[in-house]
Each structure stands twice: as C-alpha cells, then as structure tokens.
Design a protein around this ligand. Sequence first.
Ligand code: F3S
Length: 70
Amino acid sequence: MHVDQERCQGHNRCSAIAPDLFEIDDYGTAHAVGDGTVPEGRERAARLAVDNCPEYAVSISDDRAEETRQ
Ligand code: F3S
C-alpha cells in the first residue's frame, strides 16, 4: 500500500478508517506504516481507505489485495 505524497491533501480519512495502517506527519500528510505491507486480515480496511480518499492518493499494488478490490 502506498500514499502518493503529491496527491495527499491531509483529509485524514485513511487514518480514521485504519489508524494502524497510516501515520500522519507534521504537515498532515499520510504515510503507510512501516514498509506499506498490509497485515493479514486488514486488507478490507486498506481497501476502504483507498475508496475513501477524496484525492485518490492511496493505492494498493499487492496482488493479494487486488483480488479484494472488486
Ligand atoms: Fe491524504 Fe487521502 Fe489520507 S488525502 S490523509 S491519503 S484520506
């Protein structure tokens, strides 16, 4: 999972949905926690974050997550 720093406008919906998957820096910009790997069982939350970002800043490139994007 990845947050596009150019697109993120700090809406913070991602961290509200999945505070364990996103951290917000001092500028209000979101980053994926750790290396961006979505823990097992949190794919749905990650997908929700993708769908809820108004700037389309959150993306998932993992094959396994692709399957759940339907
Ligand atoms: Fe940024 Fe979107 Fe989250 S704008 S703070 S990635 S909801």
